[in-house]
Design a protein around this ligand. Sequence first.
Ligand code: GLN
Length: 487
Amino acid sequence: MHDLSLSQLSLELEQGHLSSYELTEHLLKRIAAHDSQLNSMITVTATQALAAAKQADSLRKQNQANALTGIPYIHKDIFCTQDVLTSCGSKILENFISPYDATVTQQLKQAGMVMLGKANMDEFAMGSSNENSHYGPVKNPWQLDYVPGGSSGGSAAAIAAQFAPVATGSDTGGSIRQPAAFTNLTGIKPSYGRVSRYGMVAFASSLDQGGPMARSAEDCAMMLNAMSGHDPLDSTSLPLAPLTIGKADLHQPLKGLRVGLPKEYFTDSLNTEMRDRIEAAAKTLEALGCDIVNISLPHSHLAVSVYYVVAPAEASSNLARYDGVRYGYRCENPVDLQDLYLRSRSEGFGVEVKRRIMVGTFVLSSGYYDAYYLQAQKVRQLIRNDFLDAFKQVDVILSPTTPQPAFKLGERMADPIQMYLADLYTIPANLAGLPALSAPAGFINGLPVGFQLIGKDLEEAKILAVAHQYQQVTNWHLQQPAFNTIV
Ligand code: GLN
């Protein structure tokens, strides 16, 4: 039963072929037996999960179930969960038992979903390989000496290894889409403000968005419906009702839909085999009735630079709260307040997080603010304007999700710039606040790769429809890693 997708499991539960309790027990056993090979989980909440499953089964008996009731999921450890460790992959939060639930946690609880545990991740979601976690790196089930991507690498590896049909992720510069591409999953970063950030540990507040990762676009839509909607507790949450993307939306006609290929995304930095996979995806979309149009996003080459000013600036401000006083790690025997701050932060944060805090503090400091931060904000607007111009000609934009497939563990750890370039194609959508997804597009040397679809503001349903209909005529997303046949 672990090989079934969310929508298939939902049907099995509805038809009474399976109980949530049996399913939950089975997946917990699978995690206990095999996660030592992957390290995808930081916390497994077995007792709570079985209790939630029992409750879901009784709701179903009383005819009070919806499509998600009783479905097990894995929650990225960036979302606060009441009475359960919320570490955000950091030593500085290794003892933080959250006193409250994030809004997303509440929404999934309300839907009757069963949380199996919290997924490993890069510390404070800073990373593209899941090697920046205080809890150790995560392995890619497709090839165990490769990274699963990051920062939602635990979520990605866990779904790929069939520990759960779905998981949550967060995406500041690509952290849902890039790991989805590296592990043959579908994942969507919604429009900025679509999913509440309340209780989702803040990295870069103007970029962060929570979203789902799953085995298909249809499953992502079901999750996103439950995760979306206005939240008065998040001042940047859009005043919109939750999404209700259903079968009819996913099957909206694609005839005449204009799909843009940005020429700046198909340059020499793109692996040639990757180019072939994306061109093949474009052909498939053409066969489904779409029109392929060449477009230009002229400021694309500035996106990574802009991101590495804006994101660290916001991070340095957000991470100022970890001071060893209110919660989290505190150094031993501080001699005075200064020593308490200094050592708690020096000992509690990892290398990459410290690098970002230093860059962020620098670009915000007086004398440099105008030259770096303000300038970056201006270029950010140019990048968004490129998209707005392009969307006068096309309805969605198609690109690779990443320049290359997954890389080897350790390969880029000594070279942060190389690591940052893994997000070359995903960062622009965050800077512009647009919805974007990644879906499986095939394989290069046995490793999965993904295509990215970027939509207009609030048009999650459209990009999910394109991906869904693509998945009706292709079977890349159904391929499983050898790991799953052995274990
Ligand atoms: N890899 C990018 C970073 O390190 C994006 C991370 C993310 O989306 N959370 O900042």
